[in-house]
Design a protein around this ligand. Sequence first.
Ligand code: MN
Length: 206
Amino acid sequence: MPQTQIKLHKGDLPSGLDFGGAVAVDTETLGLKPHRDRLCLVQLSAGDGTAHLVQLDGRDYRAPNLKALLTDPAVLKIFHYARFDVAVLSRYLGVAVAPLYCTKIASKLVRTYTDRHGLKDLVSEILGIELSKQQQSSDWAATSLSDQQKAYAASDVLHLHKLRERLDEMLDRDGRRALAEAAFGFLPTRAALDLAGFEETDIFSH
Ligand code: MN
C-alpha cells in the first residue's frame, strides 16, 4: 500500500477527479437508523492509497459531483455491508447507487468456515493488516473532525479494492461468482425494504 493520503472536502467532491472503473465507498452517520440518524460523511478511494472524505452539514445535500459518481453506470461501487450505506445514500442524497459490490456478501459466500465477516476480520485474515475500530462510534456531525476520526474513516475504504480482488478469486474457485453478482443486484431492493420498515422481516421465509 502506498503512502496514505487523506483529502477532506466540504459539501461535495471537487470536479475533475477520476476514480477509474471501481471506487471504494463508505459512509459515517449519527447512528444505525437511517430515518433518524443523518448522513455525515462519505468516504471514497480509487484503491491507490488516497481517501477522499466528503463532509455533509445536514442541510445541503446537493453534492452534484458525488451523486454523478455514485450513479455512474461505468464505475463499480465497492462497499463493505452495502445494505446500510445504500439505504442511507438513498435516504439523504436521493440516489440509487449502482453498480454495486459488497465485500461482506462475497465473504459470506466463500468464507463459510467462519462467522466473522466484519471488515476488521477480513482485512486481518486476507490482507494481514490490523485496523483500529476505536473511532467507530464518535460524533461524525462535528464541524471539525479529529485526525483520529479522519484516519479511521479513511481506513474503511483504503483496503476494499484488494479485498475484492481476493474475494473474486475465492468466488471463482468455489463457483459462486454468479450467485454473488445476483445478490449484489438485489441490494437496492434490500435497502428499499429496510427503508420501508421491513428491516427485521425476511420476506422469503416461510
Ligand atoms: Mn465506516
